[in-house]
Design a protein around this ligand. Structure first.
Ligand SMILES: *Cc1c(COP(=O)(O)O)cnc(C)c1O
Length: 371
């Protein structure tokens, strides 16, 4: 992944450095307004990364010890870690094998008297079935916090993610479509939540008091202004970045037709932002050896996300059998392959990468080296 950074973006950072105003100034305020607008919400709160943003979202929603939070079993590990850090219990749900997003049909059976929230993920930049999740949340009086870390600009039925739930969380890590290096933004329409998140990101200082008053033991989750300037400059061409990734993704769709490859599926009511182009390989392909072979040929590919209940900490604590309880997450973790897709690639690069992927899979399949 090579971030989309040009000379203008670098100049924007230099301008802030020359100004001497380095932390949480007007570039941070501009970023908050831009991300709030992109997610059709009224308030954005910028923080130091996309894990801090999830953490503050949980705290603002009052989630803690004794609470259960429903999450997908296949995501980046941070989705579960923040639930643990807040003192609550993650309840894992399998994913849909076509979209890699939480399987909504399995959520209701997991709701108990302790369930406080659903924390769905818009995995790889594709909106999950968030409208249906909101209906379930309404029925069971649950809070919804969207982990939209990868999905700024993704949509369901023309409405952007982040603004469906009570709180939405975005990451600005270099692996996402736009980046501040490290960074995150939390969005909400709820003033009580946004005030609490602003207070907690800044040592517990009461944001409305004129004299400095500390009303809670807060964190330092602030973002610097030069980081905000970097991403603000990229956001000026945000639509172009998404369109260029869509065009490259379209080339993969044409080039990677192969019986051992399941291509991404985009339901017609969704807009995918292609943070990650994620393939699912047939079980006759040894994915890990394939990754090594591709690396030798200069193609960086890796698994896309973790089957979280299988990671040591979660495995020891909750003792799930992922192969039987979360078969789709298990399969995606073991047979999934994230391949290069970033706006600095050309169409020719995609032809070239596709050819190498197909040749490597084909050769290995025929010689049964991977079976
Ligand atoms: C990237 C990511 C995070 C964490 O964001 P950071 O900015 O790296 O802390 C959380 N959840 C998901 C789904 C992610 O992809």
């Amino acid at each position: 992944m090579v971030p989309d950074i040009n000379e203008k973006d670098i100049d924007a950072v230099a301008t802030v450095l020359r100004s001497g105003m380095l932390v949480q100034g007007k570039e941070v305020a501009k970023l908050e307004n831009t991300v709030a607008a992109l997610s059709a919400t009224s308030c954005g709160v910028a923080v130091s990364n996309g894990t801090a943003s999830l953490h503050l979202a949980l705290l603002a929603a009052g989630i803690g010890a004794g609470d259960e939070v429903i999450i997908p079993s296949f995501s980046y590990i941070a989705t579960a870690n923040v639930v643990e850090i807040a003192g609550a219990t993650p309840v894992f749900i399998d994913i849909n094998a076509d979209t890699f997003n939480i399987d909504v049909s399995k959520i209701e059976a997991a709701v108990t008297s302790k369930t406080k929230a659903i924390l769905p993920v818009h995995e790889f930049g594709l909106a999950c079935d968030i409208t249906q999740i909101m209906q379930l949340a309404l029925k069971h009086k649950l809070i919804v916090i969207e982990d939209a870390a990868c999905a700024l600009g993704a949509e369901e039925n023309g409405k952007p993610v982040g603004g469906f739930g009570d709180i939405g969380s975005f990451s600005l890590h270099p692996r996402k479509n736009v980046t501040s290096g490290e960074g995150g933004v939390i969005v909400t329409n709820n003033n009580i939540f946004s005030d609490k998140m602003k207070m907690l990101r800044n040592h517990g200082i009461d944001p409305s008091a004129t004299d400095m008053d500390f009303i809670a033991p807060g964190y330092n989750y602030r973002l610097t202004d030069f980081q905000a300037a970097l991403v603000n400059s990229q956001l000026e061409r945000f639509e172009q970045i998404i369109v260029s990734k869509q065009k490259l993704a379209d080339v993969y769709f044409n080039e990677l037709l192969h019986p051992l490859i399941q291509l991404p599926f985009v339901p017609k009511e969704k807009k995918h932002t292609w943070q990650t182009f994620h393939l699912l390989l047939h079980e006759s392909v040894n994915r890990n050896i394939l990754i090594e072979e591709l690396k030798k040929k200069g193609v960086g590919a890796n698994y896309g996300a973790q089957c979280i209940p299988d990671q040591s900490f979660y495995c020891k604590k909750y003792k799930h059998n992922s192969r039987t309880e979360f078969p789709n997450a298990f399969k995606a973790y073991h047979q999934g392959l994230a391949i290069p897709l970033y706006s600095k690639l050309s169409t020719d690069d995609i032809y070239h990468i596709s050819k190498i992927i197909l040749q490597t899979i084909e050769r290995c399949w025929k010689t049964k080296k991977y079976s």
